[in-house]
Design a protein around this ligand. Structure first.
Ligand SMILES: [Fe+2]
Length: 298
C-alpha cells in the first residue's frame, strides 16, 4: 500500500522520515470554547480517576481517558464535539482521512503515569497508515506530561500491540526512557500528528496544574477499521480480526475487550507472530527504518 498521509509534500516527507509533524492547529479562542463545553460534561470519574498505577487494568489508570470512562453519553458527546472542531483540519492536512475515535486525556496535578506503547493497530494491513492527532490545551513540556516519541520508530516491525499483547520493546523499556524517547515542547493548540506505530508515551504531570490533551485517531476513508482480539488463555497462537468502527469504541469499555463478545463480527484470524526484541535488534531496526518504509508512502 503506497499511502499519501499529508497533502503537503514537505509534511509528507518529514512524516515518512520521523513519523510525525508538529503544527499550529486551534486558536486560543477555540481552546476556551472547548474548555467551556468540557465543563458541562459528566464523566463517571469526574475527570479524576483514583487508580494507583498498580494491579488490575482499572487500578492502573491514574489519568482520565474518555474511552475508559463508564458514561457512554459522555463518550459520544466528546466524539461529536471533536468531530465538529477537528474534522475540517483533518480534511485540510490529511489526504482523505476520517476520525474513528477521540478522547480527552487529562492528568491531574502530580498524577498520570502512562506506560510506553504503540497505539493499537486498527487496520488489517499492517503496512498501511493511521495517525493520531495529539493536541494539548495548555503549553506542555517534560514537566507537565508532554508527549515523548522515538523519531523514526514507525513501521520498523509489524507488531500487534493489544490489551493482552505486550509491546515488542517490553524488555528494553528502561533503555527507551533513558536513551531514545524525546520530549516535544508543544504550545497550547499545536498538534502533533503521528504514525500510530511510533513508540511514544506522555510523562507524569509533575506540575501543580491539570494537563488536558485531546487525542484523535484518524484512518484513511477507504479502509475498514478492525480490532485485534487476543485470548491468551484459550487461543494464544492466534489473533482474531474483529470489525470495529466508531460505535465499537463508544459502546465497549476497556474491560469488555478482554473477553470475546458474542455479537462481534469476525473477519478471520492471523497467526500471532509477535516477538520481543533485544537492545541490539532494536538498534538494527531503527538503523534500517528508512529501508523498511520504502514503498509504503506515496
Ligand atoms: Fe498512545
Amino acid at each position: 500500500m503506497r499511502r499519501q498521509v499529508f497533502r503537503d509534500p514537505a509534511l509528507q516527507e518529514n512524516f515518512r522520515c520521523t513519523g510525525y509533524n508538529q503544527l499550529p492547529l486551534i486558536s486560543a479562542e477555540m481552546i476556551q470554547k472547548i474548555k467551556h463545553e468540557m465543563a458541562t460534561m459528566r464523566p463517571t470519574d469526574g475527570f479524576n480517576p483514583v487508580g494507583e498505577a498498580t494491579g488490575d487494568v482499572m487500578n492502573r489508570v491514574t489519568y482520565h481517558c474518555s474511552f475508559i470512562d463508564q458514561n457512554k453519553e459522555y463518550k459520544r458527546q466528546v466524539l461529536n464535539m471533536v468531530k465538529g472542531v477537528f474534522q475540517p483540519y483533518v480534511d485540510q492536512f490529511l489526504a482523505d482521512f476520517r476520525i474513528l475515535n477521540a478522547n480527552f486525556y487529562i492528568k491531574q496535578a502530580h498524577r498520570g503515569h502512562f506506560p510506553i506503547h504503540q497505539n493499537w493497530p486498527v487496520l488489517r494491513d499492517m503496512s498501511d497508515t493511521t495517525v493520531t492527532i495529539w493536541c494539548p490545551l495548555q503549553n506542555t513540556t517534560a514537566i507537565n506530561g508532554t508527549l515523548h516519541i522515538v523519531p523514526g520508530s514507525h513501521k520498523i516491525t509489524p507488531h500487534v500491540e493489544a490489551v493482552t499483547l505486550p509491546p515488542y520493546f517490553a524488555n528494553i523499556k528502561d533503555e527507551l526512557v533513558d536513551s531514545w524517547l524525546e520530549p516535544l515542547d508543544v504550545p497550547a493548540g499545536d498538534a502533533v500528528i503521528f504514525d500510530d506505530g511510533l513508540i511514544h508515551w506522555t510523562s507524569h504531570n509533575d506540575s501543580d496544574e491539570v494537563r488536558i490533551a485531546i487525542q484523535i485517531l484518524c484512518i484513511p476513508r477507504d479502509t475498514t477499521p478492525i480490532f485485534y482480539f487476543h485470548d491468551p488463555e484459550n487461543d494464544p497462537e492466534r489473533i482474531e480480526i474483529v470489525e470495529a468502527d466508531e460505535e465499537f469504541y463508544l459502546n465497549y469499555h476497556i474491560t469488555d475487550l478482554l473477553v470475546r463478545q458474542p455479537e462481534w463480527k469476525s473477519l478471520g484470524f492471523e497467526p500471532n507472530n509477535n516477538k520481543l526484541v533485544s537492545s541490539r535488534e532494536f538498534h538494527r531496526m531503527i538503523a534500517n527504518g528508512e529501508r523498511a518504509r520504502l514503498g509504503l508512502f506515496a
